[in-house]
Design a protein around this ligand. Sequence first.
Ligand code: 7TS
Length: 396
Amino acid sequence: MKVYLDNNATTIVDPYVFDEMEPFFVQKYGNPNSLHYVASETHVPLKNAMEKIYAGIHAPKEDSVVITSCATESNNWVLKSIYLEYIITGRKNHIIISEVEHPSIISAARHLEKLGCKVTYLPINHEGIVEAQTVRDYITDKTALVSIMWANNETGAIFPVQEIGDICAEKGVLFHTDAVQAIGKIPVDVQSFNVDYLTMSAHKFHGPKGVGALYMKKGKELTPLLHGGSQMGGYRSGTLNVAGIVGMGKAMEQAVDALDFEMSEIRELRDEFEDELLKIEDTFVVTPREKRTSNTILISFRGIEGESMLWDLNRSAIAASTGSACASEDLESNPVMEAIGAEADLAHTAIRFSLSRYTTKEELDFTLAVVKEAVERLRGISSSYAYAPEGHDSQL
Ligand code: 7TS
């Protein structure tokens, strides 16, 4: 049995999404900006796909959704645009992000810091959540932007973006949220709270890789970073990724349809699996379930290096993660575990299981059995487990 539990890194393309995309490679391959019939074959599908993306986040027509190549691009774009519009011009000098944002926000912010922008990296609380009050505490009259993710990719923790949006509106500060891990997991309605910019990525909700989007509220500023033709209203030039956009539209429609299923059935599967994992001695989960997206578990097994556990899982054809794939090549400890101030030995033991609507109970039962075996084997050879603090039966 092959088990894929790394859906926060990427998801399988939904077969309906794939079917919808296929004609745009070898049949309807026109450049939408050309003036002939091959081009016009793309117009209605593109329009329909864009409508589905707008509908998926409840964006009114007067707002903008600009297609990008990925969430990394959307996130970089917002920060760099704010720098060009507000910081370099001297209107403001400060942006606020959290210390558990995706690297596409953190690295972009660090880059802007080198260019003279002040950046505040907000802490998370013991549950792995950025509190709205903390945002309020750090806003100054020189703050141009607050960028706080909606759901964290490591823990699934849902951040109070509605409250944060209210605070930003009250203080006259722009608010961006990275909603990559929220779409398809919780209802996303840009009209239900104050948000100026919102990032999406199709491959996180069973769409194709290489296509994302940036939502922007009417009247907000955004500096075009790719100058060229008039595509995407001149905000982002370059020939449209027709198949990708069509795929993202279909994936969004499917994600909205499947939302109840994700929030009930997948949650139930996740909870049962988590209950069983927590029966294993010396295991820890940071964020309480009700404050998390329904598909994610970040769990620590004391005494077991995350990478060793992954190795054992991988040998049994189970794909999981020690956290973000963007950071997992360098054997660093999990950034969220570090941010909550977990003891060093625990910060290295976190494993992320992220489910999707394709995950089955059989797959989770199999995974549980493999995890139990791995825990026994790895603790048996672990020197750090023998030194674990009180409350645990020493194996010495
Ligand atoms: N923002 C969040 C919250 C993410 O989780 C990711 C990818 C991105 C942005 C970047 O998306 P992309 O469209 O540019 O690929 N997160 C992960 C992860 O958790 N493991 O691998 C990739």
